[in-house]
Design a protein around this ligand. Structure first.
Ligand code: NAP
Length: 246
C-alpha cells in the first residue's frame, strides 16, 4: 500500500511520515507540502505524485479544496486531521464522503475517543443539576481557538442532553444557565489538554484528557488510514475505529 501525507514537512506531517516509513503495511510513503524536498520524497505539485491508496492530511484548511478535488478525481480514501474548518468546509467534507471514504476527526487520540463516549453518558445524568464548562490548553503556536477537539466534545455533550446548550467562547459578564462555555488557554509548548467540568451544588466532577506527546495523534491517524483503505464510500470517525477495536 502506498500513502501520501499532505502537510508532510510540518510538525505533525513529519511525525506521521516517520512512523509510516517504519510500518511494514506501507510500501511507498510520499509527502506533499509547499516546498519540494526530493530527498524526503516530498512533492510540491499533487499531479507529480505516483498513485497512492490513501491520503493522510495534517496541513491547513486552505488546502481543502485542492485536496478534495484530487482525492475525488483519483478515488483515494482520505484521512483528514487538519482542524479549524468553517461550517461550509465541514459540509463540503461530508458531501464528498458520498463519493469516496473520508475519515475525519479533530483529535486522533484513542483516549479522547473513549472520553467522548463517557461524556455522553455522564452529561445525560448530570444535565439537570450541574453546569458544564470546558477548559482547553494548547501551545502558543496553535492557529485555531477554541480547539477542534473542545468543539467536538461540546457537540458530543450536547447530543446527549434533552435541553441543548448554547456553545460559547468564554463568558462576558454573568454566565447564562443555558451556556456551555469553552475557555481557551494558549501558552508555551503545551501539547493539548481538555478538561470538562461539571459543577454542581457543593460538588464538582472533572474529566480531563492530557496529551503528553503529539505521537498519539500520529498513531491514531495511521490506524485510521489502515482502517479506511478497506471501507466503502462514507463518513467515518473515531467512533467507528473504537468499535472495530472492541
Ligand atoms: N486531528 C488531530 O488529532 C490533530 C493533532 C495535531 C494537529 N492537528 C492539526 O493538524 C494541522 C497541522 O498541524 P501542525 O502542527 O503539523 O502544523 P504545521 O507544523 O504548521 O504544519 C502544516 C504544514 O502544512 C504546510 N502547508 C500550509 N499550506 C499549504 C498548502 N497550501 N499546500 C501544501 N502544504 C501546505 C505547511 O507549510 P508552511 O510551513 O510552509 O506553511 C506546513 O509544513 C493543524 O490544523 C492542527 O490543528 C490535528
Amino acid at each position: 500500500m502506498n500513502v501520501l501525507i499532505t502537510g508532510a514537512s510540518g510538525k505533525m506531517g513529519s511525525l506521521v511520515k516517520g512512523l509510516l516509513e517504519k510500518d511494514m503495511f506501507f510500501n511507498e510513503v510520499y509527502g506533499f507540502d509547499r516546498v519540494e524536498n526530493k530527498e524526503e520524497n516530498i512533492f510540491s505539485n499533487l499531479s507529480h505524485i505516483p498513485k497512492v491508496n490513501v491520503i493522510i492530511d495534517f496541513s491547513t484548511p486552505l488546502l481543502l479544496d485542492e485536496l478534495i478535488k484530487y482525492s475525488s478525481k483519483n478515488h483515494i480514501p482520505l484521512v483528514i486531521a487538519t482542524t479549524g474548518y468553517t461550517e461550509i468546509q465541514k459540509k463540503l467534507i461530508e458531501e464528498t464522503s458520498q463519493t469516496i471514504p473520508i475519515f475525519y476527526s479533530a483529535n486522533y487520540s484513542y483516549g479522547v475517543a473513549i472520553i467522548t463516549e463517557v461524556l455522553k453518558q455522564v452529561s445525560a445524568k448530570l444535565e439537570r443539576d450541574f453546569d458544564i464548562e470546558i477548559v482547553e490548553k494548547h501551545h502558543h503556536h496553535k492557529l485555531d481557538a477554541p480547539s477542534g477537539t473542545s468543539l467536538h466534545l461540546a457537540h458530543a455533550i450536547n447530543s446527549s442532553l434533552q435541553s441543548k446548550k448554547e456553545i460559547v467562547n468564554g463568558h462576558q459578564g454573568q454566565r447564562k444557565p443555558q451556556e456551555l462555555a469553552i475557555h481557551a488557554v494558549r501558552g508555551g509548548s503545551i501539547v493539548g489538554e481538555h478538561q470538562v467540568i461539571f459543577a454542581g451544588l457543593d460538588e464538582v466532577i472533572e474529566i480531563t484528557h492530557s496529551a503528553q506527546s503529539k505521537s498519539i495523534f500520529a498513531h491514531g491517524a495511521m490506524k485510521a488510514a489502515k482502517f479506511i483503505i478497506n471501507q466503502k464510500k462514507g463518513f467515518y470517525t473515531m467512533n467507528d475505529l473504537i468499535k472495530e477495536d472492541i
